[in-house]
Design a protein around this ligand. Structure first.
Ligand SMILES: [Cu+2]
Length: 103
């Protein structure tokens, strides 16, 4: 009985943790690449990009959002309120591309 109770508490703690975890997904820009390249988030999530390169980069989804040039350690955030597949790139280095899947 004691074991069952302990297990129940552990499960409860896990569920509480999951519910409390804020939805703040993060994309790191490093070595001229977005990581993860494809990020899947729920509708309503705010994604934050952080530039960890010494080179400036942008986060540009034409017609949806466009960050200014981000210097080292600068961030850009965008809240996705509509489901869909969003591809973006760096305006300064167009070969850098990434995708956010919102579902
Ligand atoms: Cu760039």
């Amino acid at each position: 009985m004691k074991i069952v109770n302990t297990l129940g508490l552990a499960v409860l703690a896990l569920v509480t943790l999951a519910a409390a975890a804020p939805t703040t997904p993060r994309v790191e820009i490093k070595h001229f690449a977005y990581g993860p390249t494809t990020l899947t988030v729920p509708v309503g999530a705010t994604v934050t990009w952080v530039n960890e390169d010494e080179e400036p980069h942008t986060v540009t989804a034409t017609g949806v959002f466009a960050s200014p040039g981000l210097d080292y350690d600068e961030t850009f955030s965008y809240q996705f309120t509509t489901a869909g597949r969003y591809t973006y790139h760096c305006a300064l280095h167009p070969r850098m591309t990434g995708t956010v899947v919102v579902q």
